[in-house]
Design a protein around this ligand. Sequence first.
Ligand code: SDX
Length: 428
Amino acid sequence: MSNATLLLEGKEYALPVIAGVEKEIAIDISSLRAKSGAVTYDPGYGNTGSCSSAITFIDGERGILRYRGYPIEQIAEKASFVEVAYLLVYGELPTKVELATFSLNLTRHTLLQEDMKKFFEGFPNSAHPMGILSAMAASLSTYYPDTEKREPNIIRLLAKLPTIAAFSYKKSIGQPFIYPRNDLTYTQNFLQMMFAVPCEPYVVNETVDRVLNLLLILHADHEQNCSTSTVRMVGSSGANLFSAISAGISALWGPLHGGANQEVLEMLQNIRSEGGDVRKFVQMAKDKSSKFKLMGFGHRVYKNFDPRASILKKAADDVLASLHVSDPLLSIARELEDIALHDSYFMERKLYPNVDFYSGIIYRAIGIPTEMFTVMFALGRAPGWIAQWKEMVDDPTTRINRPRQIYTGARERAFVPIGERERTLVTA
Ligand code: SDX
């Protein structure tokens, strides 16, 4: 590739230009500070590539999302979530034998060490399940401290997160924990741990199982988003896999990121409880002084439609129809989308529905409580986080992530003894 030339304070610096397989280009500034003493400045990293990766490709302008080269539309239609987890972590779609072995390994590790159940006794019943999930994910490192056993720990994490999630839900409703079963698939097992009760047999609803697979697949990876970058940041110091994923869970919890799906449902419920005047809320979202945002709209990368939202928009209709559920919030969501997509404020800023806009409607239709929505996002994203962590750890060029800054604080000044620090109190 060619070079980019930076002219800085009268001097020219040649910076290599590198290209990805889809012809996206980047200016390699890894030598910039050594050559010029300057650093770049990009708060929020919207213009900064933090790594090279072969896992997921997104084209925000064309609404493209591919996992290891496979278009999300094909994967969503033809694969199971366990197949997608294998694809993301190991790089290829599994053969029949590989899939059977991987599935069996996951099944064999779904149990938590019995002592870990005691951890749940310390959480209040009102504990948000994301707080429990993050704490329990990190706690797994105390039971499996041998970080060299990377493959078993990858299996353990993927296998135990659904158990932890389901236990956190049972804890919140005061019901006994339901243990995993080895005769069920990954998603069927999660559903029975969530919804079975000891006093009656549980039968998995096929439609619910199919749409749960779809929801987890659509959330499985999304290149260097906030939570994945957090996993890479923590993992780059050599911290163990469980701690890195626990950090990713915490980052995902934020309402601007994975927490948005819960916020979308609460926004729709709020619109409904205030009489359903959707236009009023669109106006609020356009009014900067209101601080209100239309949750489920906008994306740092997709400046056109989010392909996952398109798939979920169709799935919402199918699922509610096959489950004979009519949800007034879906009608409000459709009206909100229609108004927003014809409003100049949203059009100018290319604010389209994102993956979180419809997922909450579907989670609600299959019986997942609102507080568990972001946990569902985390269960879906777990293979992506693991794949990205593994790619980073396997990369011999990986260095500890340590960004620079522009300092805006006080210039050098002499220490002031305590007796001389009186300040004129500003009276209100
Ligand atoms: C996810 O990165 C990923 O890949 C994330 C994700 C994944 O799979 O990992 O796709 C999952 O996190 C999806 C996003 C879920 N979050 C939400 O739905 C929360 C609502 N959306 C916004 O907070 C916002 O759109 C973000 C956080 C998603 C993106 O923020 P950006 O890229 O920093 O955009 P911005 O805040 O700079 O907004 C640009 C303009 C601003 O107005 P102006 O200053 O130009 O006048 O658009 C406005 C913003 O005020 N804007 C919104 C808005 N989102 C942006 N106005 C109203 N409602 C919104 N939702």
